[in-house]
Every structure is written in C-alpha cells, then in structure tokens.
Design a protein around this ligand. Structure first.
Ligand SMILES: Nc1nc2c(ncn2[C@@H]2O[C@H](COP(=O)(O)OP(=O)(O)O)[C@@H](O)[C@H]2O)c(=O)[nH]1
Ligand SMILES: [Mg+2]
Length: 472
C-alpha cells in the first residue's frame, strides 16, 4: 500500500456513502442525491493539506446484486484479491453488474473498506450478502452507522452483524459529524490495522495542526474586522447647511453599507477557510445572520437584551471614556462636523432610521456646520457595536464549523434551527471582557504599538473561544 491511505466507501445505494465522503473529505462538491443509483463511477476525494495528499476517500456506486454476487463468489472457491479479480474479469462487460464491478475495483487495488449503513432500518438479506462479500475480500474494513432517522430500534442487530464481519464499527453521522468526530473516526481507523498506524498518526497530526491554523486564522479575521469596523469613518465636503442636511441620511446609509460589506467579506473569508462553498445559501435563509447588524432583533436573537448588552459593555464604556448615560442615550455613532463639534446625538443602535432625523433636531444645532466644510460619519465608539460584531462573528464561526460538508439541506441554519438564543459575549469571563475593552480603548487612541498588542490579546482570547466551540 502506498503512503497515501485509500479508503473505498461502499454500501447499499442511498445509504449516505457520498454524504459521508463529503463530510470526511470536507468537500461539499461531492454529488449527493435523494435518488438511489446516481453515483455510477468511483470518484476519488483526496484530502490535501498544504498541497500534499494525505488520505484518499473513494466514493463508489452502491451494490446492485449482492445476493447473486455472493453466490457467484461462493461457487468460485477462491478468496481475497484473486476472488475479486476473477469476479471483475467475469462481469466487467455485463451492464447489470456495472456498479458491483466498479465498487470492487478500488478494493481489489488495495483500498481499505468503509462500509456505510443506515442504522435506522433493519438488517436485510442483501445487507448480509454485502457484509459477507466484504469480509471475504480480506481487506481491513470498518462499518459506519449513518442513521438517517433517530430510530435506534435496529442498532443492536447491526452491531451484532458488524461484530461478525468487520474489524470495527462506529456511529458517524454525515449530516452532523463535527471536527472532533472526524478525528475520532480517524483514530479508530488507525487502530484497526497496525500497518496503517504510522500513516494514520501522521494524518491525524496534520489534521489537528491544520485545524489549529484555521482557528488562529479565523480569530485573526474577526480581530481584523473589529479593527476595521471600529475605525471606519467617512467624510464629505459640503458648501452649505442645506447640503449637509441632505447628505446626512445618504452618508449614514453608505456608512452602514460599508460596515456590512466589511462584515460579509470577513464571513466569506472564514467560510473559505473551512472549505465551504454552499454555506452561503443557507445563510440567506431566516436566521440571525440575516438580521441587520443594527436592528434590535439582532440583540434579541443573540440573547442580549438592551439592558444586558449595556451591562456587558459597561467596563468597555468606562474604558472608552463614555459614561453609562452616554451609552444609554446612544450618542456614539459619531457624526461630527468639522472642528469636532457634534451635530447629532444619533445612534445606529437606538434606531438607525431615527438617527438620520434626529441629526437635524440635535441640541447641538446644525448651525454649527456653517463655516465648517465637511460632514463626517464614524467611527463608531459604542462598545455595543463591538460586542455585536464579535458575537455575530463567533456565531458564524461556530455555525460553520458545525455544518457538516455532507449536509445539503438549505435554510435550517443557526439559531432558527433550535429556536434557542445564542450569545458568546454574554458568557464571556471578566478577563475576556477586559481584553475587549482594552482593545476598544486602543482603537480609540490610535497608538499603533498599543493597538497591535491589544489586538493580539483579543485574537488569542478568540482562539480559545473557537477551540471551545470545536470541542463540542
Ligand atoms: N437525514 C439524513 N439524511 C441523510 C444522511 N446521509 C445521507 N442522507 C440523505 O440520503 C440521501 C442519499 O445520500 P447519498 O449520500 O447520496 O447516498 P449514497 O447513494 O449512498 O451515496 C440524500 O438525500 C442524503 O441527503 C443523514 O445522515 N441524515
Ligand atoms: Mg452516492
């Protein structure tokens, strides 16, 4: 066997072979179909890390005639590789046996076997024939119970059958398996064949290292987003008070659009990091990420009521020089005229639409603008903005790392799925919050060196949060 371990993923049609391959190889381009018999050829899905192929999962068509196949093999009187080769030679030109021949090929060439069954249905005669065929190949084989339904009534039957024909078996769900479960599966594969041990050990180490790199990278993307959005500002020259008034709603809108764009871009980068291409579709469905960053609904979905959120940002508020009153009044969107005179006590958080109107009515008076020559929007100094961005980012990361690649359904994403409120910031330790507030303070002050140190601290803190998500 070559240094790259190959595994043929075999089984009955429509039991979830392609879905398991997709999840194991973290490849959501593997064709999965609700109709049996759609996979007609073997397809190889190698796992590459840093361009190096470390393991190869081969998706195969389902068994077509297991009972006849078993009978032919029994009558033939050989076993192991010779038997497989004889079967292939005798049936390769028979269309009725096309799938049987095709699935046997990689096994005949030396691949290990991963046998997939839907454990929520009973064991039937064709399954027993399949298991005996696989046993007689003499190859190392592991069975995977990929239960499509929650019904566990037949599990013992399956386990008994597996104990007779397989080296090991595991429960592994193509739709819900997490990173941790993938590693567990690889660990089991390592244990079933001593010859695989050295390679599998390397594979597992490489997987873990790669996951750590992704975790750090994701934390970095989130920290960068915080930097970007908390310092974002836009300004425009104006010639008159009227022009300023007309400009403000447009600028506010453009400003919000820019913040959202930055966020979407960060999320897209995270999605790519975790090798998802289809996740976007699900994102567009009802769920927390569809909510506007500024809507009250967003805090609600995050499990952060207004008061709680303000409490969560109290430390940060103090650190940033904003008193509680200022936070409550939401005077921190940061609309200033030239010379630093505030022209609006507007807050995106306390009514984005209202914000534009309140500008004109501000007690500071729009008149201040006369003589000034520009209108500036941002940066947002409100700590709530920081925490909402962070919460949404972590929710995105958490969702994507728990979205198995084999899962094709759309629109059942995130909190809408469980109906539960989720929130990360509300569960942060005092230390984690302090870390954030120091970061915010540095963002306000703009000292580069200090900012780098604070940002690194936040990134390290986020690595821990994401690691905890991965362990679930
Ligand atoms: N509910 C559920 N459906 C699954 C699961 N695994 C596969 N399926 C569905 O079963 C059908 C067949 O899956 P596929 O992977 O194409 O099966 P294959 O023919 O064995 O390759 C598809 O509609 C899948 O979405 C699972 O773990 N849970
Ligand atoms: Mg398939």
């Amino acid at each position: 066997m070559s240094a790259v371990l190959k595994f043929a993923v075999v089984g009955h049609p429509n039991e979830g072979k392609s879905s398991v391959v997709s999840t194991l190889a973290e490849d959501d381009t593997v064709p999965v179909s609700a109709f049996p018999g759609e996979t007609v050829r073997c397809a190889s899905y190698p796992v590459k890390i840093d361009g190096e192929e470390i393991i190869d999962f081969i998706d195969t068509p389902g068994f077509q005639n297991p009972v006849q196949m078993k009978e032919w093999m029994q009558a033939h009187g050989e076993d192991g590789e010779a038997l497989m080769q004889a079967f292939i030679a005798a049936h390769k030109d028979q269309p009725d046996y096309h799938h049987d021949v095709e699935l046997l090929r990689p096994i005949a060439e030396g691949a290990g076997i991963i046998y997939i069954v839907d454990g929520s249905r009973p064991v039937r005669a064709p399954d027993r024939a399949e298991m005996e065929i696989l046993r007689d190949t003499g190859r190392t084989r592991m069975a995977i119970i990929n239960s499509k339904e929650a019904d566990a009534a037949h599990l013992d039957e399956w386990k008994l059958a597996f104990s007779q024909h397989f080296n090991a078996y595991r429960v592994f769900n193509a739709h819900h398996a997490s990173y941790r479960e993938r590693i567990d599966l690889l660990e089991s594969l390592k244990g079933v064949n001593p010859d695989w041990q050295p390679v599998m050990e390397r594979v597992i180490e490489t997987y873990k290292h790669d996951w750590q790199m992704r975790t750090e990278h994701a934390a970095d993307i989130l920290a960068e987003l915080l930097d970007k959005n908390m310092t974002c500002q836009q300004e425009k020259r104006v010639a008159s008070q009227r022009e300023a008034r007309e400009l403000q709603p447009k600028m506010l809108e453009a400003f919000r659009a820019k913040l959202s764009k930055n966020e979407r871009r960060a999320h897209r980068r995270i999605r790519k990091l975790f090798k998802h291409t289809l996740f976007k579709t699900a994102l567009d469905e009802a769920g927390i990420l569809q909510e506007d960053l500024f809507s009250k609904q967003t805090w609600h979905l995050l499990g952060l009521e207004r008061n709680q959120l303000v409490a969560a940002s109290a430390i940060a508020g103090a650190a940033s020089g904003l008193g509680m009153d200022a936070l409550m009044a939401g005077s921190s969107l940061g609309l200033w005229a030239a010379g630093g005179a505030a022209i609006g006590a507007a807050s995106a958080f306390f009514g984005g639409e209202r914000a534009a109107h309140s500008i004109g009515k501000s007690r500071f008076g729009i008149g201040r603008l006369l003589g000034g020559s520009k209108v500036q929007v941002g940066p947002v100094h409100n700590p709530q903005f920081y925490f909402i961005l962070l919460d949404r980012g972590l929710l995105y990361v958490d969702s994507i790392i728990h979205w198995a690649h084999g899962r094709r359904s759309e629109g059942v994403l995130l909190s809408s799925e469980s109906g539960e409120k989720k929130g990360y910031v509300s569960g942060f330790s005092e230390e984690a919050r302090r870390c954030c507030s120091q970061h915010m303070k540095a963002l306000r002050k703009g000292n580069r060196q200090e900012l780098e140190a604070r940002r690194a601290a936040v990134q390290a803190m986020l690595v821990e949060v994401i690691q905890a998500c991965s362990r679930r």
